[in-house]
Ligand binder design. Structure first.
Ligand code: SAM
Length: 291
């Protein structure tokens, strides 16, 4: 049994021993101040801390002068590590599970461990805190009464479009994680498959360069052609806006009897897609011989 301690601004606190069982502990998503007192107590008082990246977690623990027995629990080594952690739990030890940032299991490892720990009769304790999905939803300005978290979409365009189609009928704000180099393509695909819905891009939450941009998917796709940092994408529920395939059909119809500028204005009025985007699209449809 470990009696640990932690230090905040030079003041030392005794943590006591963590209760036996698996503690699923949320850690900050950027700002180190976003760790909870219970998280610090649990991490300092646990017999072992199972971490996705022991060096990364080691730095977080060092910021609070916590000494811990760190064991690795990442996607690759999980199958080998799980029995060892379950054995510790069976022996009455306390193990804290953390990921690199935010809440374990939320697009992070831990699901099988929690399931098998429960199945084995071990106690599983929640030590909640930050999660980028919830932080983003809380500041996005999009409807928050119902939301659907879908994590990362497939990296390749075909898989991504299929996944978006499966999400298209859900009457809730969609919450997605995305890598910066795929953001623009993902937003453009979302506009094409879901219709040009209102959306938000929440970047670097709780960090120095935190920003939240809101707009139509197509406009955000253009605005974020080159971007860095950590990103949550939120897409408003369906509002009856036409998917891009329908927009193309409407543009072609309009181009049969008017110029690109007038066609763009008319279809913008009908669909809510920005006129500038439609004008460019109308010109390329004309080039393809569509108008
Ligand atoms: N378990 C974490 C949680 O609860 O938020 C998420 C882990 S997932 C592997 C990492 C992704 O979360 C990033 O690629 C990004 O999409 C999102 N994310 C994490 N920190 C963020 C932040 N500070 N601002 C915006 N998005 C963030």
């Amino acid at each position: 049994m470990k009696l640990g301690s932690f230090v905040i601004d030079g003041a030392t606190f005794n943590a006591g021993a963590a209760a036996p069982g698996l503690h699923v502990v949320a850690t900050p998503i950027g700002n180190l101040g976003d760790v909870t007192l219970r998280a610090l107590k649990t991490l300092a008082g646990a017999d072992a801390v199972a971490a996705e990246d022991t060096r990364h977690t080691g730095r977080m623990l060092a910021a609070y002068s916590i000494t811990a027995t760190l064991i690795r629990y990442d996607e690759h080594g999980a199958a080998d590590q799980r029995p060892k952690i379950l054995e510790r739990l069976e022996n009455g030890q306390s193990v804290a599970l953390v990921s690199d940032a935010g809440t374990p299991l939320i697009s992070d490892p831990g699901y099988r461990l929690v399931r098998e720990a429960r199945d084995s009769g071990a106690l599983v304790h929640a030590v909640p805190g930050a999660s980028a999905a919830i932080a983003a939803l809380s500041v996005s300005g999009l409807p928050s009464d119902a939301f659907h978290f879908a994590g990362f979409l497939p990296a390749k365009a075909a898989g991504r479009r299929t996944a978006l189609e499966a999400l298209s009928g859900i009457k809730a704000t969609l919450v997605l994680y995305e890598a910066p180099h795929r953001l623009s393509a993902m937003l453009a695909d979302a506009a094409a498959v879901l219709g040009d819905r209102e959306a938000a891009v929440a970047r670097e939450l709780t960090k120095r360069f935190e920003t939240v941009a809101r707009g139509r998917l197509s406009a955000l796709a253009e605005a974020f052609e080159s971007v860095k940092g950590e990103i949550v994408v939120l897409v408003a529920p369906p509002s009856g806006l036409a998917p891009i395939a329908d927009v193309d059909a409407a543009l072609r119809d309009a181009l049969a009897s008017m110029g690109a500028s007038q066609a763009a204005a008319m279809v913008a009025e009908a669909t809510g897609v920005p006129r500038k985007t439609l004008y460019r699209r109308a010109l390329s449809l004309k080039d393809d011989g569509g108008g």
